[in-house]
Design a protein around this ligand. Sequence first.
Ligand code: SF4
Length: 335
Amino acid sequence: MRSFAYCTADDVSQAVTKHGADDRVAYVAGGTTLLDLVKLDVMRPAQLVDINRLPLDEVETLDDGRLRIGATVTNTDLAHHPEVKAHYPLLSQALLAGASTQLRNMATTAGNVMQRTRCPYYRDASAACNRREPGSGCDAMHGINRMHAVLGVSDQCIATHPSDMCIAMAAIGATLTLEGPDGKREIAFNDFHRLPGDQPEKEHELRPGELITHITLDTPIEGAGAYYLKLRDRASYEFALASAGAIVAVEDGVIREARLALGGVATKPWRSHEAELALHDQPAAVSTFEMAAEAAMQDAVPHEYNAFKIPLARQAIVRALREACRDAENANQQR
Ligand code: SF4
């Protein structure tokens, strides 16, 4: 491992100043992705700015009903927060489906948003990888691509986004607050991660030196049901082959509002507006869920070993929608 300098910061502006918009400097909080990649020689920071002392570890309900989450709130604390469990159950379920207890205790909310792909070629410094080394090629394209994406792919990169938490946030809707050398700004969660296109090394919309300070969830949908289904090779501590996060509001057996996001099959947290359109004002029935699943996967592009993900994702969508509708109907009965 290469050596690097390390410093701490006590507030956001000090952290931004210490970073200095220098691309050899990285912010670190839980370090659960960054330190792995440093040890693998995939990331080579000259300096780390530790943001754990920043006052960004609170979850608070805003006057307009939205929930504001500080960047350094851990995945464990967020999953078990009473407001999250009561009003954003999809987020709690998705967080608890991710990683292991030990990792969730360390990993932070902003770090989860910023986590890198688990493509094995990305993490192997001797492999060709356009994301790690622009223009070097992509060994996954004709290699072992069973875990890779079928949605949002390009001829430069087919890596999946690994997060479960981000799938829930894509479905719920959220806003990121960023602070950097040019001040504060906000960006919609679903605009933050980029598709690989012909620049897979540009993974997100952060500008040099910017720090995610908060993530604010949209107000929850009144009376909606939610379900996160993650299909994977083993029951814990494993990334998704396909996952589906569904939120639905049902009235008299008809779906009035639906949100659907997919994980394990796409190059970024994947909100499926096509599926949502297919669900809107339709009966809460398996035939409707199947139409939505078809719509969600209609543009999927398989490679040699991952074509199985297309029917798998369709099944995940149908099951997640069925369970979310049941949850909504239970909620309706209790009102
Ligand atoms: Fe790199 Fe993307 Fe190809 Fe994986 S799929 S080797 S991350 S370019």
